[in-house]
Design a protein around this ligand. Structure first.
Ligand code: ZN
Length: 451
């Protein structure tokens, strides 16, 4: 999920206010219909200091430039699931918890007061604001998926996850961009990011051969990211193409590169050969450098998103490649509605899944169903995550971090309590699994020095 500031703009805030003036909200499960679950386990889970595998924190600068590689602002008004729409009860719960909001609805006046309060808190906290946000959601470490890590995000509480899709597209992306209206808007951003990567390396022109490109641009960028503290690289490829990366011979890929590097439009088939080759190269290099590979797998966002292209099953040849077994892959957002396919991929020794974004879009009950399937099979492969992101004025990343943290813990409690009830696990094993998901699985995967 991406930064959606412009999508939920003033018009939406008005819709928000109007809908909040109605007597009831459609989504009140967070406070009125709390799932019945083991209270001891509930208390235990709420105290676990989490490691958040995936989030998009912003600096306090309203013009935070280094955040998202593919902000969805430019895509216009996109469909959003009910639970993250501005009228959802979850935002009211978050504003109560974080800013002491007292009312039952965020009407126009209340919204003004809330936004003033937010400004005041940001000013007062300054660069300590991000750490304060983590404390509110009981998150010890947050992985910030950003172009640059930015001020206020220092280790050990914030760790950096970079973006690497731009490296897949050294040739003209005109034909790739023409596939959907969304891609038309997104590809130019990748072109810009590749230019930034080149300029960071003091390279003014793309090298003439693929071999030089791989060494001088791809490896050099990955090594610089590693040196900058990066613990994982992120592919948002599903926004740009299908995840069906196939193993390609370097010769074939080289031919395409050399032929089109000085101009011309490669066909999709030819360009795919090159992209696929570079993907395997990046995955191998990430493994060599000790960085995990994060891959977006969720059927959205965007009104022209190609859902079939984000199915984690498409990644099976990558996961089965014996040359990539030193690389750890994380299916970000757990495949969403393809969660059963994710479950099938967890058999691979180097594949993990996180629950980021699901902790915002799904109710605790919905998420618990998926968690129960995964946790009964591969409890050491599942990672907590928020996908904390700014949804618009007054609905910042700090609010979605809190919502996701609360929802994730509720879902975990429901899933594990069900397993206890069915004599699948004991209470002490449930506590163990909860700690693994919220914290120690990530600690082991990324070699974090958690106390
Ligand atoms: Zn995200």
């Amino acid at each position: 999920m991406k930064k959606i500031l412009a999508i939920i703009s003033i018009a939406c805030i008005i819709a928000f206010i109007l809908s909040c003036n109605n007597s009831t909200s459609s989504n009140e499960e967070t406070n009125s219909n709390k799932p019945s679950a083991d209270t001891e386990l509930d208390a235990y889970i709420s105290k676990i200091k989490a490691v958040d595998n995936h989030a998009h924190p912003n600096t306090i600068d309203p013009n935070d430039k280094g955040s998202d590689a593919l902000p969805l602002d430019g895509l216009g008004a996109i469909e959003l699931p009910a639970r993250v729409r501005p009228e959802s009860q979850t935002w009211i719960d978050a504003s109560r918890a974080l800013y002491g909001f007292k009312g039952d609805a965020l009407n126009e006046d209340a919204m003004k007061v809330l936004m003033d309060t937010i400004e005041h808190v940001k000013k007062q906290k300054g660069d300590a604001f991000p750490n304060w946000v983590l404390d509110q959601a009981n998150i010890e470490v947050m992985f910030g998926n950003r172009i640059t890590i930015g001020s206020g995000f220092s280790a050990p509480r914030f760790r950096w996850v970079s973006y690497v899709d731009a490296l897949l597209f050294p040739l003209s992306t005109k034909a790739e961009a023409a596939v959907t209206p969304d891609r038309e808007k997104l590809f130019p951003m990748e072109d810009q990011l590749l230019k930034k990567y080149l300029s960071d390396l003091n390279i003014s022109k793309l090298p003439a051969t693929l071999d030089e490109y791989l060494k001088q641009v791809v490896t050099a960028t990955l090594e610089a990211q590693k040196k900058g503290g990066c613990i994982a690289v992120k592919f948002e490829a599903a926004y740009l193409r299908s995840l069906d990366f196939e193993k390609t011979a370097q010769e074939q890929a080289s031919e395409v590169y050399t032929h089109y590097i000085n101009g011309g439009e490669p066909s999709h088939e030819k360009y795919k050969l090159l992209q696929d080759f570079i993907f395997y190269y990046i995955a191998r290099e990430a493994g060599r450098l000790g960085m995990a590979v994060h891959i977006h797998s969720y059927p959205g966002a965007g009104n022209y998103f190609v859902a079939a292209g984000c199915d984690p099953l498409l990644l099976e040849p990558v996961f089965n490649d014996s040359e990539l077994r030193n690389t750890k892959f994380v299916i970000i957002h757990g495949g969403g509605t393809f969660a059963k396919h994710t479950s099938a991929m967890l058999w691979k020794p180097n594949v993990y899944a996180d629950i980021s974004l699901l902790t915002q879009l799904w109710t605790p009950e919905q998420l618990a169903l998926v968690l129960r399937d995964w946790l009964s099979q591969f409890p050491e492969k599942i990672l907590f995550g928020t996908d904390a992101v700014a949804f618009g004025p007054g609905l910042g990343w700090e609010m979605s971090a809190w919502i996701a943290s609360t929802t994730g813990r509720q879902a975990l409690n429901i899933a594990l309590s069900g397993m206890i009830r069915d004599n699948e696990i004991s209470l002490s094993r449930a506590k163990e699994i909860a700690t693994m998901v919220m914290r120690t699985n990530a600690g082991n995967l990324y070699n974090l020095e958690l106390k």
